[in-house]
Ligand binder design. Structure first.
Ligand SMILES: [Zn+2]
Ligand SMILES: [Zn+2]
Ligand SMILES: [Zn+2]
Length: 77
């Protein structure tokens, strides 16, 4: 694995947030269905599979630009 320590730490925090039912980015409660947890704010969809954490998409909760994602994008540019 070529992940940096910082990234791994952030990912670990995100896993805890998702496991507790919150979007790591928006801090809103996730909608759980069909084995995934969707963020009703930004439309991000998360899957927890044991120790594996996946960010995916969901047809029922299409991704759209929420202010939280816009902040992340403006920070990284
Ligand atoms: Zn959001
Ligand atoms: Zn979100
Ligand atoms: Zn969904």
């Amino acid at each position: 694995m070529a992940l940096t320590g910082r990234f791994t730490e952030q990912a670990a925090k995100a896993i805890v947030d998702v496991a507790e039912g919150f979007c790591p980015l928006c801090r809103v409660q996730l909608v759980v269905h069909d084995g995934r947890a969707c963020c009703p704010c930004g439309g991000c969809s998360y899957r927890l599979d044991g120790q594996r954490f996946e960010m995916t998409t969901c047809a029922q909760h299409p991704a759209f630009r929420c202010e939280h994602w816009l902040k992340v994008w403006s920070r990284s540019s």
